[in-house]
Structure formats: structure tokens, C-alpha cells
Design a protein around this ligand. Structure first.
Ligand code: OAD
Length: 243
């Protein structure tokens, strides 16, 4: 593995302008279950029932059933070595942006500065009636929790059947189309439009490196069959060795 990390360290240093696309796998080592791996969230809860915009309109308690604990315990999960390795790459001037599908906020709490959360964030919660904003973990009790005005509260996250925020999506397309290298970390790459971003990067000449114990992006130039923490820390250590 050391030889591969050394080779990638050299390439990343040379190319710079790197963008990371991350998914639930990067937070797995923080103790947050993924969606589609064994024991993942969608094994227990059908996303069509628990995470669709249509069902939320009729019965918001379903979504709050799967997300309430995380929101009320917001801050209990901590970033792991992989999140911190991306912060280090940003500080070295190699990584210029993180596009994440994760709604856990861990890239930002680790210290990454340039982040697009394309599926939104569980931290921000809005009243659907009066628009008042609440910040996790401070939300009223109740299933679903309601605002003082009586309106239902909804986290600022994208549900199935909803459009991604246009500005975030445009930014993600731009970063992907113009980067020189892309790290694809811990995503099954099946949910669009995120899944199309590594292809966009590759079509525009970027070197694509996937880090995932199970390969999900067949067109990657390099594939590291490792967990995100050790792999990204290993690459960062090699870059430090070269500097
Ligand atoms: P998935 O659960 O679909 O995929 C997680 C990926 O992480 C899998 O490919 C695992 O092999 C990999 N993985 C697991 N542990 C890992 C580790 N320690 N290091 C690196 N990789 C690891 O999660 P996403 O691809 O993020 O959307 O799912 C995409 C979207 O589907 C989510 O944002 C969510 C979900 O439905 C919405 O809710 C809108």
C-alpha cells in the first residue's frame, strides 16, 4: 500500500486543484451507519416511506423517526481521521473543495472550509409555516416537532422527490468539471446527480481516485480498497514526507 500512497501523493502534489466527492462511507468510522452497506439505514427503513418528500407532506413523523435522534444528539458524533486528512490536504493547497452527500456536518466541524453539502444539512431546521430557523440540537419535543406557531419542522435536507438546491448543484458541477483530480470517497455512487460527478471530472481530464472497501466507480484511474481513514491518512503522510 505504501508504494501506491507514495505514487498518489506525488500525483496529487503535482496536479493540485483536487476536489473530493464524499458519501456516507467517510463518516462510517465516526460510528454513523451508511445507507446501503450491510446494516445500513435503508436495510431497516424503506427510503420510499421514510425519506420521500411526498410522505413527509402527509406524515412528517416518519422522517423524524429516523432522524430525530441524530438531530437531538447533534454534535455527539465526531469527525474521524478521514475528515481531518481532507482538512490537511486543503491546508496544503492540494484540495480545493469538498462536495459531500452527507448531511452530518462532519466536514465542516473537522475544519474543512470549502464545502458544498449537496443534500443539505441536519443542523438547520425550518418551520414550514412561518420559516423560523432552529439549529440542532435545539428542537422542540414532539413527533413531529412543531414550531411555536404550530407549523411542522423540517430539516434543511433533500428528500427523495425533491430537487437539489440549484446553487449547490451548479457549484458541484463547476468544481467537478474544472478539477485536475478527484477523490471519490465512501459513496456507492448510485444516487443522482452526485453519481455523475466523477464522470464529469473524468470527461474533463481529471485523474479520478476512488477510496472504498467496495469498488463503486468502475472508471476510476486508481482504486484503493481500504477504509477512508487509513487510506487518506496514508496519502497525507506520504505528501508530508515529500515536502
Ligand atoms: P451508501 O450507503 O449508498 O454507500 C456508502 C459507501 O461507503 C459504500 O460504497 C461502502 O462500501 C462505503 N464504505 C463503507 N465504509 C467505508 C469506510 N470506512 N471508508 C470508505 N468507504 C466506506 O452512501 P452514499 O453513497 O453516501 O441521500 O449514499 C448516497 C445518498 O443515498 C445519500 O446521500 C442519501 C442516500 O439515500 C438522500 O437521503 C437524499
Amino acid at each position: 500500500m505504501k508504494a501506491l500512497y507514495q505514487e498518489l501523493a506525488g500525483l496529487l502534489l503535482k496536479k493540485k486543484n483536487c476536489v473530493a466527492l464524499t458519501g456516507a462511507g467517510i463518516s462510517a468510522e465516526s460510528g454513523i451507519p451508511t445507507f446501503r452497506s450491510k446494516g445500513g439505514l435503508w436495510e431497516k427503513f424503506d427510503p420510499v416511506v421514510y425519506a420521500s418528500a411526498e410522505v413527509f407532506r402527509k406524515d412528517p413523523s416518519k422522517y423524524w423517526t429516523i432522524r430525530g435522534d441524530f438531530i437531538r444528539g447533534y454534535g455527539e458524533y465526531k469527525p474521524n481521521a478521514a475528515h481531518y486528512a481532507l482538512v490537511a490536504l486543503e491546508k496544503m493547497g492540494i484540495l480545493r473543495h469538498v462536495i459531500t452527500q452527507n448531511i452530518d456536518g462532519l466536514h465542516k466541524s473537522a475544519g474543512s472550509r470549502s464545502v458544498t453539502e449537496i443534500h443539505g444539512s441536519l443542523r438547520e431546521i425550518y418551520c414550514l409555516k412561518c420559516g423560523r430557523e432552529y439549529l440542532a440540537p435545539h428542537v422542540p419535543e414532539g413527533l413531529p416537532p412543531c414550531c411555536e406557531c404550530g407549523g411542522v419542522l423540517k430539516p434543511n435536507t433533500v428528500l427523495f422527490g425533491e430537487q437539489l438546491p440549484p446553487e449547490a448543484l451548479e457549484h458541484a458541477y463547476h468544481e467537478s468539471a474544472t478539477c485536475k483530480s478527484m477523490l471519490v470517497v465512501g459513496t456507492s455512487a448510485v444516487v443522482q446527480p452526485a453519481a455523475s460527478l466523477p464522470y464529469l471530472a473524468k470527461r474533463n481530464g481529471a485523474l479520478v481516485i476512488e477510496i472504498n472497501p467496495e469498488k463503486s466507480f468502475p472508471a476510476a484511474d486508481y482504486y484503493i480498497a481500504q477504509k477512508a481513514g487509513p487510506a487518506l491518512s496514508g496519502i497525507v503522510a506520504e505528501i508530508r514526507g515529500l515536502n
